[in-house]
Design a binder for this molecule. Structure first.
Ligand code: CTP
Ligand code: MG
Length: 236
């Protein structure tokens, strides 16, 4: 039976966050940001392994942060996210048809419901796919002086999220080929698209936002605080 591997690229510098420590370690409701998504993967019984891809010089990670039998900590960080993922694929022990779910360390709002929806939608798919949300706002293209050049149609446009889920053999081939062709895929799906394949879009939710700027942290805190209140009301 095919296994389910999660890869969490966590080797970025978080430059847009302007923080002293990498953003995945910033406190989010009193525990490190990265632990929120790790706990979702630990709790889902379909997930067999969680491979965490750290920067080779990462000095903040400690097993005390979130230890678990599923966790495999690797120092496979590369210069780009795609390189980090490819280095990790080359390091892990997986079969060609095992599933790999790549999830940004900086997306703490993933829920078990969203993860299960992705797994259910894709585990029999021949290409694989990703969580994404249909674009809600009107889209403007800017000119060099930051004035509107034109309004673009948002029809059929989606914003990509993670996890992005593909079979091990296919994803590795796609990333190796992109590298050989000097292409710079910004997510796994784009590397698959370069092969002429069409990943499936599975409707995600806004709460699965990526923490990029300082204000995103406040939004994620508000969302997760509502969850925690609901949880404690349920228990009392
Ligand atoms: N990432 C990685 N290796 C890289 C670059 C990014 O593993 N060379 C990871 C980040 O740690 C993050 C995810 O990819 O979990 C998404 O990237 P992004 O949000 O862009 O994070 P950073 O690159 O760290 O942030 P910035 O672009 O602001 O520097
Ligand atoms: Mg980046």
């Amino acid at each position: 039976m095919a296994k389910f591997h999660v890869i969490i690229p966590a080797a970025g510098s978080g430059s847009r966050m302007h923080s002293e420590i990498p953003k995945q370690y910033l406190p989010l409701l009193s525990r490190p940001l990265i632990t929120w998504c790790l706990d979702v993967f630990y709790a889902n019984t379909k997930i067999d392994y969680v491979h965490l891809a750290l920067h080779p010089q990462d000095e903040v990670w400690s097993h005390q942060l979130s230890n678990n039998p599923k966790l495999n900590v690797l120092r496979t960080g590369g210069d780009t996210r795609a390189q980090t993922v490819l280095n990790t694929l080359e390091e892990i022990d997986a079969d060609e048809n095992d599933w790999v779910l790549v999830h940004d360390a900086a997306r703490p709002g993933l829920t078990d419901a969203l993860l299960s929806k992705l797994l259910d939608a894709l585990q029999d798919d021949i290409v694989g796919g990703l969580l994404a949300i249909p674009l809600a706002d009107t889209l403007k293209r800017a000119d060099a002086s930051q004035r509107v050049e034109k309004t673009e149609s948002r029809e059929d446009l989606w914003q990509a999220q993670t996890p992005q889920m593909f079979q091990y053999g296919l994803l590795k081939r796609a990333l190796i080929k992109a590298q050989a062709n000097h292409q710079q895929p910004t997510d796994e799906a784009q590397a698959i698209e370069f092969l002429g394949l069409s990943p499936k879009l599975v409707a995600g939710e806004l709460r699965n936002l990526k923490i990029t700027y300082p204000q995103d942290l406040l939004l994620a805190e508000a969302i997760l605080a509502v969850d925690m209140n609901k949880h404690s009301e349920h228990q009392s």
